[in-house]
Design a protein around this ligand. Structure first.
Ligand code: CP
Ligand code: NVA
Length: 319
C-alpha cells in the first residue's frame, strides 16, 4: 500500500451542516483532500481512513447521487455505511430525533441525514456525540456545493474572482452556492422571480462572508443580467422535493424565463461552465441542447464521491 497522506486533525469530531461553519482556508483544505482522494482512487490505491468505522445514512427524501456516493465512498475508505430509510426507522413512527441521535451515537462513528426542516439536522447534531453531515435540507445542500467548488476549481484553476450565476428558485442550492461561493471570494448572482427569492437571512450572511473574502452576493430578477459575463452558470429544478403540490403554480411563474438555454448562454463568457446538481428536468430549467453540450455536469456529479470522502475522512479521524 502507498503511504497515506497524514490528515490534519483540526476537523475531527466536527459536524458538517453549513459551508459557513468553515473558513475559506478550511474549505480549500477539504478540496485539496478531495483532489488527493480522487487521484489515489483513480490510481487504484486504497485510502482506508475509515477502517473499522461505521456511518449511518438517514434518508427522509429520495436520492440517487447522495446515497450511492456516500455508500460507495465509505466502502472506498474501508468503512461500512448503513442505509437507514425513515420508512423503516422508528423516527418514521414518531421516535424523537434527540433519542435517535443518542442511540445511534452508541452504535456508529458518524451520521449523514437528508431531511426536510433544517432544524431536524441541527437537533440531530446537538444530541449526537458523533459527527453529523447534512445530506440536504430544505435550507441547504453543502455536500453538493463542496463538490461543485471542487469541479469549478478543477476546470478553471481557481475560485476567487469568478462570477457564478444561479438561475431559478431561491432554494437550498441557491443558499449553499451563495454560502460556498461567498466564502471562496466568488461573485455569486442569483436570478430568481419575486415570491421565490432566497431567504433574506441567508443572503445577508453570505453577503457578509463575501465582503470579507473580496467577492459579492447579489440577487436580481432578470436571468440575463445574472448570466452576463458569468464563468459558471448554475441551475436547479423549479420545484424541489417536498414541493410537488406547487409544481403547476411554479411552472406558470418560471417557464420560458428561468431557463438555461442558448440565449442565456450567449450572455455568459464563451468558455462558461454549466453546472446542475441533478436530477435535471430538460425543457424546464435547462434545454436539452445546453445540457448535452456541457459534460462537466457529470464531472460535478462524480465529485460528490470525492468531496464527501474528504468530509468523512476529516470528521471521523481519530484526534
Ligand atoms: N444532487 C443530489 O443531491 O442528487 P440526489 O438527490 O440524487 O442525491
Ligand atoms: N433543490 C433540489 C435539489 C435536489 C438535489 C431539491 O431539494 O429537491
Amino acid at each position: 500500500m502507498t503511504e497515506l497522506m497524514k490528515l490534519k486533525t483540526d476537523y475531527a469530531g466536527r459536524d458538517f451542516l453549513s459551508l459557513l461553519d468553515y473558513t475559506a482556508e478550511d474549505l480549500a483544505y477539504f478540496l485539496d483532500v478531495a483532489d488527493y482522494l480522487k487521484a489515489e482512487h483513480k490510481a487504484g490505491h486504497e485510502t482506508p481512513y475509515l477502517k473499522g468505522k461505521t456511518m449511518g445514512l438517514i434518508f427522509e427524501k429520495s436520492s440517487t447521487r447522495t446515497r450511492v456516493s456516500f455508500e460507495s465512498g465509505i466502502y472506498y475508505l474501508g468503512g461500512m455505511g448503513l442505509f437507514l430509510s425513515s420508512h423503516d426507522l422508528q423516527i418514521g413512527r414518531g421516535e424523537p430525533i434527540k433519542d435517535t441521535a443518542r442511540v445511534l451515537s452508541r452504535f456508529l462513528n458518524g451520521l449523514m441525514i437528508r431531511t426536510f426542516s433544517h432544524d431536524i439536522v441541527t437537533e440531530l447534531a446537538e444530541y449526537a456525540d458523533i459527527p453529523v453531515i447534512n445530506g440536504l435540507t430544505d435550507l441547504l445542500h453543502p455536500c453538493q456545493v463542496l463538490a461543485d467548488l471542487q469541479t469549478i476549481r478543477e476546470h478553471k484553476g481557481k475560485l476567487a474572482g469568478l462570477k457564478m450565476a444561479f438561475i431559478g428558485d431561491g432554494n437550498n442550492m441557491a443558499h449553499s452556492l451563495m454560502n460556498g461561493g461567498a466564502r471562496m471570494g466568488m461573485h455569486v448572482c442569483c436570478a430568481c422571480p419575486e415570491g421565490y427569492l432566497p431567504d433574506a437571512h441567508v443572503v445577508a450572511e453570505a453577503q457578509a462572508a463575501a465582503q470579507d473574502a473580496g467577492g459579492s452576493v447579489t440577487v436580481v430578477n432578470d436571468p440575463m443580467e445574472a448570466a452576463k459575463d458569468a464563468d459558471v452558470i448554475y441551475t436547479d429544478v423549479w420545484a424541489s422535493m417536498g414541493q410537488e403540490a406547487e409544481k403547476a403554480a411554479r411552472e406558470a411563474v418560471f417557464a420560458g424565463v428561468y431557463q438555461v438555454n442558448d440565449k442565456l448562454m450567449a450572455q455568459a463568457k464563451a468558455d462558461a461552465m454549466v453546472l446542475h446538481c441533478l436530477p435535471a428536468h430538460r425543457g424546464e430549467e435547462i434545454t436539452e441542447e445546453v445540457f448535452e453540450s456541457h459534460p462537466e455536469i457529470f464531472d460535478e456529479a462524480e465529485n460528490r464521491l470525492y468531496a464527501q470522502m474528504a468530509v468523512m475522512a476529516l470528521l471521523l479521524l481519530d484526534k
